[in-house]
Every structure is written in structure tokens, then in C-alpha cells.
Design a protein around this ligand. Structure first.
Ligand SMILES: [Zn+2]
Ligand SMILES: [Zn+2]
Length: 395
């Protein structure tokens, strides 16, 4: 039986590559994935699944009701591309100027379509339900938040959810799993130092916001090193600073923008309150006013350890324990976190690195590409996880 499933997946390889390339050549940004959604819905209908469109604008949901009752498992792919120009000189290069699938979401969509094709070919062997979630806008838009608010995890109620991201740090044929903390909360801040401008030659008549902002930059970096427990993880990065118009004018204001990352709620709140205290203290010492604006982004992605162990066990049955690795969290972010706030599940990584083929570039690089062998591999890993969770014994 296992051999039969593996054969079915192997036979799909050309179609998977073709589908991935079609999506790759036509990248669409968050909440604009109209053509991608049309392609996805078209295939799901062809496979005979129940299909729902229009959730979170461009989301597509597929449902396979097994012939026997059981639990409901969901799997999710993100569909959006990035606003950047592709530099790969490949025949399937992006056809849309200034847009590119540089995060592998084209492959995520394709892998889930492969899983749909596989299970829809044997509905009589499915016990329980499988729900496919094709979501818009992972890259900052929070499509996952919108979908959970719109009830994507209800009707039928999802008992567990799994998702994967390609991972160019691991070679194709291997799986990386975060046991618990997987990715960070991605918060932002905008701090304005509000002083009083003057001629650059008469600083004593000013309250210099540039000098205050300069001190704030160094002070703020003491928070991670002095206030956060060294055994916790945290990042504060200032990505932009601005203020002033000319060499001889002290401006009225200066502004600092940045990102704050943490892996749990306690550290997240600690960072926020210490940042405001430090801002207040620096502002007071320079006699300037301030405005502190902290904007919560995606929450930290926290896997259910039991579900992570299920992923590890299911994948190891196919590829051996030596190819399944428990990996450390990353301080990047991922809106799969919203689903995991509601139901247990696990978000894991599919290796897509192939040094021999020159597939080594990081995400969001204009030269990011994938080893397409990850497509059938990803289908098999998801199929094994679903098999294990629903107790189907297909392999
Ligand atoms: Zn990305
Ligand atoms: Zn991504």
C-alpha cells in the first residue's frame, strides 16, 4: 500500500513542477492573489473537493470528507509573493515586473495541491476530514489572522493544523522541526523625539532632538543585554532614523523606527515597557518631549510539542530519523501563529537546498530559487503527517 502511495506521488512530479512554475511566473502580492486563487480553486474542484472561495478576499478552502467519520485535520499554504525583481536567468522567471515568489510560497501552494490530488484519488481510505487552507497575505498582511477571525477553523471544527515553510538552510530530503517555539513575535515601534529647532550655530537656543535620538539609539540597545534574561531570546533593531533638513539647522523632531522580536508574551511585554521607560528617561535628560508608538505584529509561533513529535515520527518513517532534525527557533515571523493560538498543531521546515544545483540563496533574495525535488517530497511528508494523525495506515 505504501508503495502505491509513493508511486502516485512520483507520477505527479512533472505536473507538480509545471504547476509550481506557472505560479512562479505569475506572482501576486498579498490580498491580490486573484489568478493564483483561481488556479487553486480550479484544481480543487477538478479533484472533487468541496471548495469555498472569498474568505479573506482571495482565500481558498478545500474540504475532503472521508467516507468514515473521524477527526478533522487542516493543512495550510500561503499564496503571496514579494514586491521585488527576480534576478534568476531561468525559463520560468517571474513575468511580472517588480514581483517575485522569493519566499517559496509558490511551492507551498503546489505541495498542498499535490496532497489534494493524492487524497482525492482515494476518498474511501480517508477516515475523518481533511481541510486545505490556501491563505492570502502572509508577508506582513496577516491573512492568517483574517481567516481565523472569519472562522476558517470551524465547520467542520479543525482538531489539528499543520503547515510548512521551505528552508534553504537544510538540504532537500530533510525536515526541520521546532518542538515548541518556532518563530518570533514581530512588533514594530516608532519613536519621535520632539524638541525645539534653532540655527545650527546657536544650539543653546534649541532642544536638540537629533542628539537625544542619538543617545536613545545606544540606550535602547542596553535593554536586550541588561534587562532580558540571557536564556530568553530578544531582538531590538532600529531600521530607520530620520530628522533634519540641512547642515546648519537643528530640527524640531527626529524619528526612529524599528522592529522588536521575542519568543514569548512575557519578554514581549518586558521589551515594550522597558523601551518606553528608556525613551522617557532619555527625553527627560535632554529636555525634549517624546511620542512612543508600539505596534503589535504577528504573535510568536508556538508549536504544540505533541504535534511536533507526531510530525517527527511520521516523517522519520519515510526518510529515517537521521533526516529529521529538531531545530532552534528563528527570530523571523510567520502568521501561521494565529492558527496555533486557536488549535494545536505544528509548523515545520522542508529543506530545499541543493549545492550541486546552485540552490543556496536565502529567502527574499532576488536569486532565491528552490530544488524542485522538494515538491514531491513535501507532498509525501504532508501525506504521512495526515496519515499518522487520522490513523489511516496508508504507508
Ligand atoms: Zn517571506
Ligand atoms: Zn514565507
Amino acid at each position: 500500500m505504501g508503495g502505491a502511495v509513493k508511486d502516485k506521488i512520483a507520477e505527479m512530479k512533472d505536473w507538480l513542477v509545471e504547476t509550481r512554475r506557472a505560479i512562479h511566473m505569475n506572482p501576486e502580492l498579498g490580498f491580490e492573489e486573484v489568478e493564483t486563487a483561481r488556479l487553486v480553486a480550479g484544481y480543487l474542484e477538478k479533484f472533487g473537493l468541496q471548495v469555498k472561495t472569498g474568505m479573506a478576499k482571495t482565500g481558498v478552502i478545500g474540504l475532503l470528507k472521508g467516507e468514515k467519520p473521524g477527526k478533522t485535520v487542516a493543512i495550510r499554504a500561503d499564496m503571496d509573493a514579494l514586491p521585488m525583481e527576480e534576478a534568476n536567468p531561468v525559463p520560468y522567471r517571474s513575468k511580472v515586473k517588480g514581483k517575485m515568489h522569493a519566499c517559496g510560497h509558490d511551492a507551498h501552494v503546489t505541495i498542498l495541491l499535490g496532497v489534494a490530488r493524492l487524497f482525492s484519488s482515494m476518498p474511501n481510505q480517508v477516515r475523518g476530514n481533511i481541510k486545505w487552507i490556501f491563505q492570502p497575505a502572509e508577508e506582513g498582511g496577516g491573512g492568517g489572522r483574517v481567516l481565523t477571525e472569519e472562522g476558517v477553523l470551524e465547520d467542520p471544527k479543525v482538531d489539528a493544523i499543520f503547515g510548512a515553510h521551505l528552508f534553504p538552510d537544510l538540504k532537500t530530503g530533510t525536515v526541520g522541526i521546532h518542538e515548541k517555539e518556532g518563530l518570533a513575535a514581530t512588533d514594530r515601534f516608532v519613536i519621535r523625539m520632539i524638541g525645539r529647532g534653532a540655527h545650527g550655530a546657536y544650539p543653546h537656543l534649541s532642544k536638540d532632538p537629533i542628539l537625544a535620538a542619538g543617545h536613545l539609539i545606544t540606550q535602547i540597545h542596553s535593554i536586550v543585554s541588561r534587562n532580558i534574561n540571557p536564556l530568553d531570546s530578544a531582538v531590538v533593531t532600529i531600521g530607520k532614523m530620520s530628522g533634519g533638513t540641512a547642515f546648519n539647522i537643528i530640527p524640531d523632531e527626529a524619528e526612529i523606527l524599528g522592529t522588536v522580536r521575542s519568543l514569548n508574551q512575557k519578554v514581549r511585554e518586558e521589551l515594550k515597557s522597558r523601551m518606553e521607560q528608556v525613551t522617557q528617561g532619555v527625553a527627560r535628560s535632554f529636555g525634549v518631549d517624546y511620542k512612543f508608538d508600539f505596534q503589535y505584529g504577528y504573535p510568536a509561533l508556538i508549536n504544540d510539542p505533541e504535534m511536533s513529535r507526531l510530525v517527527a515520527a511520521a516523517c522519520a518513517k519515510g526518510i529515517g530519523r537521521e533526516n529529521v532534525e529538531f531545530i532552534r527557533p528563528s527570530m523571523g515571523g510567520e502568521d501561521f501563529a494565529y492558527y496555533l493560538e486557536k488549535v494545536p498543531g505544528s509548523f515545520f521546515r522542508l529543506g530545499c537546498r541543493n549545492e550541486a544545483r546552485g540552490i543556496v540563496n536565502p529567502f527574499h533574495s532576488s536569486r532565491f530559487d528552490i530544488d524542485e525535488d522538494v515538491l514531491p517530497f513535501g507532498v509525501e511528508m504532508f501525506a504521512r503527517i495526515i496519515d499518522e494523525y487520522l490513523g489511516l495506515k496508508l504507508f
